[in-house]
Design a protein around this ligand. Structure first.
Ligand code: N01
Length: 554
């Protein structure tokens, strides 16, 4: 075994919200840390998703870091739901304020990460062929960062312009006078479609599955709203972390939809619809667990669609009917359904008339040729595992992570995976990640990982890895929790269902409050379910923790 120390203590991959805070934290603790980022600047998802209409669907006063009181007091959000440019300005402000850029290597894509058992460190290889060695490797690669264009027949023949919402040109695009097709009606499609309808000569929306969306009712924030948040930030943040399942504060109902009368339900749904935002999904406490309760919310939204969209056939085509509302991420829009009343917007219902082929001047469906100058793919991401799978990660005995995860990701707490010592994932599969206010989840993971590295350092331990049995128990628990809800009923990206051939496994953990407690319990029980060792040779393939205390997840 080589005694040469790797050049870095910690290599962090990704300079989005997760990577930046990780760097800030570890550097302050004296770890030699460097961040590697494929883009030429910070921002992660907010760097890439620059399409017209891009906004966050979590309210801006909650979608921000809490780790610095000065930061949260000095930054002022201008709107209830921040635009992508404003969020990117915020991230840049954070990078500058904490002097982070000097430790970020931009334009550097990590292609491979191998655990070198002889030397017991991680060796990263960049797209440019550079090698970097680090004792610990932290994947801050994001859950929605691997944009995906479906393999449509004839796409290479198309002579017009092709875009993906998740990788939008920085210089912007002028669509005036153009015939534009948007494929996909998820959160990105629902945001870009109303904006594109204003710009394009004609907009064709290619819809495979209609989506539920609620109005944002976005507005400038008033001084008193901002003051209320800033004056009570500590309490608001505590409540979001410890008392909510989503890490976001909503007006959580405590009663069942089925115990309310029809009038009471209509009143509650209408009030929330008027107020706007994802608060709608918390109108009753059984909407995600009881199908009959769920149906009442779904029908309320379908009624609104019929009310807004003038053509009844079109309204029906836009009405989701084959999965429970909220089991795909609820969309939050500005004038989405209204957009279909415009004379320059046509809906192409792919369920009735699928695209047979793309041709050089458009898309040919079973019914007609639709001539297009541009196609915008709003077709989403290889979510949660895609960015990790894109890196050739191999752990002990050369075992590949993507092979291990072929039938679905296996991790302990969404933080580490057995066989991959000293490799952490921020908001990895099996953690609340995308089913939470992701910044709340990022901060918790970063703090947990930093505390763990300090624990190792202070005890002269260099290695940590979960046991296989702890991982098995966790994966089972994640599934049990999911199966007690309606979530697995939708063919969603939470289930990997949007990627042909991907295993259909529910990937995120439901419940921020409970999850945080479990993570604390694991630490209090002496890192229950992990092996901590002074050297790599003490990490044995199927070893279960001899001191297993078995943290109770239930
Ligand atoms: O992606 P999606 P997204 N032919 O996967 C369709 C976050 N986000 O980028 O449902 C035709 O949700 C697909 O149809 P179907 C947020 O977490 C947040 O919109 O598979 N259509 C679907 O309609 C969100 O959930 C914000 O039948 C095809 C669409 O493309 C996540 O990112 C904004 C197709 C993909 O929807 C992902 O959202 C934006 C094909 N071959 C994103 N393949 C905010 O904060 C796919 N589709 C507001």
């Amino acid at each position: 075994m080589s005694n040469k120390k790797p050049s870095l203590d910690v290599a962090v991959i990704g300079a989005g919200f997760a990577g930046l805070y990780m760097l800030h934290k570890l550097r302050a603790m004296g770890f030699r840390t460097r961040v590697f980022e494929a883009a030429d600047d910070v921002g992660g998802t907010w760097y890439w998703n620059r399409y017209p209409g891009a906004r966050c669907d979590v309210e801006s006063m909650q979608y921000s870091y809490s780790f610095s009181e000065d930061l949260q007091q000095e930054w002022t959000w201008t709107e209830r739901f921040a635009t992508q440019p404003e969020i990117l300005r915020y991230i840049n402000h954070v990078a500058d304020r904490f002097g982070l850029r000097s430790d970020i290597q931009f334009k550097t894509r990590i292609d491979a990460a191998r655990f070198d058992e002889g030397g017991s460190f991680w060796r990263l290889t960049t797209g440019g062929g550079e090698s970097i060695d680090a004792s610990y490797c932290i994947m801050a690669t994001g859950c929605l960062s691997n944009a995906r264009i479906p393999d449509l027949r004839g796409l290479a023949d198309f002579r017009g312009a092709i875009f993906h919402t998740g990788s939008w040109p920085h210089e912007g695009v002028d669509f005036a006078g153009k015939r534009v097709g948007v494929i996909g009606t998820g959160s990105s499609g629902i945001q870009v479609i109303p904006e594109m309808a204003k710009q394009a000569k004609h907009l064709y929306v290619f819809q495979r599955t209609p989506n539920f969306t609620v109005p944002a009712r976005n507005a400038p924030l008033t001084q008193s709203e901002v003051a209320n948040w800033k004056g009570n930030y500590a309490e608001h943040r505590r409540f979001a972390r410890e008392a909510t399942r989503s890490g976001t504060i909503y007006d959580f109902a405590k009663t069942s939809a089925l115990l309310a009368s029809e009038e009471e339900r209509a009143h509650e749904y209408s009030a929330r619809w008027k107020k706007g935002g994802a608060n709608f999904m918390h109108a009753f406490n059984d909407l995600l667990t009881d199908e009959r309760a769920n149906d009442t919310a779904a029908e309320f939204v379908r009624e609104r669609i019929r009310e807004i969209v003038k053509d009844p056939t079109l309204a029906e085509a836009l009405s989701p009917r084959d999965y429970p509302i909220f089991t795909k991420r609820i969309c939050v829009d500005t004038d989405y359904y209204e957009t279909f009343n415009r004379p320059n917007v046509s809906l192409i219902n792919l369920r009735k008339t699928p695209i047979e082929t793309i041709v050089e001047n458009g898309a040919r469906t079973a019914e007609s040729l639709i001539e297009l100058d541009a196609i915008i793919f709003a077709t989403g991401f290889d979510a949660i595992t895609g960015a990790l799978d894109a890196i050739d990660i191999s752990g002990r005995e050369g075992k590949q992570l993507r092979e291990k995860w072929r039938s679905g990701p296996r991790s302990y707490l969404g933080l580490m995976s057995a066989g991959f010592p000293n490799l952490f994932t921020v908001t990895g599969p099996g953690s609340p990640s995308v089913l939470s206010n992701v910044i709340v989840s990022i901060e918790q993971h970063v703090d947990w990982i930093a505390d763990c590295l300090e624990h190792l350092r202070s005890r002269n331990l260099a290695f940590i890895e979960p046991t296989v049995s702890a991982e098995d128990r966790w994966v089972e628990h994640v599934n049990e929790v999911a199966n007690s809800t309606l979530y697995p009923r939708a063919a969603s990206w939470y289930m990997g269902a949007n990627i042909p051939g991907k295993a259909r496994v529910f990937m995120p953990y439901i419940g921020v409050d409970k999850y945080r407690q479990i993570c604390r319990d694991v630490v209090s029980a002496g890192y229950d379910g992990f092996i901590l060792a002074p050297n790599a040779s003490s990490l044995q393939p199927s070893m279960t923790n001899p001191l297993q205390i078995e943290t109770n997840f239930d």
